[in-house]
Design a protein around this ligand. Structure first.
Ligand code: F6R
Length: 261
């Protein structure tokens, strides 16, 4: 895993946006895996700037989001569809028909999950998957205990995750208990995984993910098996890493052909 430590969330987000820019310039019809939550917001702002400056276009880009709350209609202001429309999609030239989130009000949840997986396959797989990380080490909504080989399915949120996400809702009991999420096996098939984490409350999850054992108790630790996983984190999220100085040295000494910024 490549660990890039930046001085602030803004610097980290700029770096993430440049890696996504490179992916789009390499293949304007690439498939991006996207995330919601507070972590990727600055990256989306940077990508919107690059679009406004006409450096990149999303016209041919296809996207798949990690997850959606079961029971929320797409138009619900708390749905992840609304989050993506408001914070990214409607502010770029991406074609809404090319953007995919799990349908959270399906006739059959297992059928919807199968269909979501086959849409990813039909699109040729995900070129770059953007990820945040939960305080408990979840990615997507693969909570601790998730199978490291899991596919898209329904998961039950932990009380801690519902509490963390309640800041977007009027009350904690309004936070849905269930989500449809890409599985860890689904995420692991992306060609590049780009994980972002900011702030000292993420320091323990980051240390566990990067330097701890691979275990379903820390779902993000499965990324240690990924051939091209890049974690771009700020100083506070890096605070508990034992090999922090080494990661910085690796990054500083990277040859030009490995750089994206
Ligand atoms: C969101 C997602 C989650 C979040 C994680 C961190 O689509 O899949 O894994 O990335 O809960 O959330 P924030 O960024 O709000 O701290």
């Amino acid at each position: 895993m490549e660990v890039v430590i930046k001085s602030s969330p803004t610097e980290a987000s700029k770096s993430a946006a440049l890696l996504i820019k490179k992916t789009i310039l390499n293949d304007p019809a690439c498939v991006l895996g996207l995330a919601t939550g507070s972590t990727p917001l600055k990256t989306y702002e940077e990508l919107i700037k690059l679009y406004q400056e006409k450096i990149i276009s999303f016209k041919k880009v296809v996207s798949f989001n990690l997850d959606e709350y079961v029971g929320l209609a797409p138009a619900d202001k708390n749905s992840y569809r609304s989050f993506m429309n408001d914070n990214f999609f409607t502010r770029t030239d991406i074609q809404i028909k090319n953007t995919h989130l799990p349908n959270a009000l399906p006739k059959s949840i297992p059928e919807e999950c199968k269909d979501f997986e086959s849409k990813i396959k039909k699109a040729g797989g995900i070129d770059l998957q953007l990820l945040g990380i939960g305080l408990d080490g979840h990615i997507g909504f693969n909570e601790p205990g998730s199978s490291l080989n899991s596919r898209t399915r329904m998961k039950t949120l932990t009380p801690e995750t519902r509490l963390a996400n309640s800041k977007y809702f009027s009350a904690i009991d309004r936070v849905p208990k269930h989500v449809i999420t890409m599985g860890l096996g689904t995420i692991m098939e992306a060609k590049i995984c780009l994980l972002l984490a900011f702030g000292d409350d993420k320091a323990q999850a980051i240390a566990d993910m990067i330097e701890g054992p691979v275990t379903a108790s820390v779902p993000a630790s499965v990324l240690q098996f990924h051939p091209r996983c890049i974690a771009i984190i700020d100083e506070s999220a890096a605070a508990m890493l034992k090999r922090k100085n080494y990661y910085t040295q690796v990054y500083d000494d990277k040859p030009g052909w490995q750089r994206w910024e």
